[in-house]
Design a protein around this ligand. Structure first.
Ligand SMILES: [Zn+2]
Length: 94
């Protein structure tokens, strides 16, 4: 899935790659994607401590990236795939 912000033209890819949103409108445009990144931590039964929380967020972002990597590969988009691999390797996820 790839949303695009109608206000600033930023794509979800751009936002995630750079780690920042382009404008307030991005919050609306990428609501679904953002909630997918954040939601999992709200579903926990117990109250996770700070470190748990960070690990969960990191893990979740990593899985999203891995999904994207698989998708890029299946579409034979090797340029994108290598970018994602770089992100995974450096740990720069969002
Ligand atoms: Zn925007």
């Amino acid at each position: 899935m790839s949303g695009i912000c109608p206000d600033c033209g930023k794509t979800w890819e751009d936002a995630r790659r750079s780690g920042r949103l382009g404008c307030p409108g991005c919050w609306d445009a990428f609501r679904q994607e953002l909630s997918e990144v954040v939601m999992g931590i709200h579903g926990a039964d117990r109250q996770p401590d700070e470190e748990d929380l960070q690990n969960q967020v990191r893990e979740r972002r990593r899985r999203l990236l891995e999904d994207e990597l698989r998708q890029a590969l299946s579409q034979e988009d090797y340029g994108k795939a290598s970018q994602i691999r770089d992100q995974l390797r450096t740990g720069e996820v969002l």
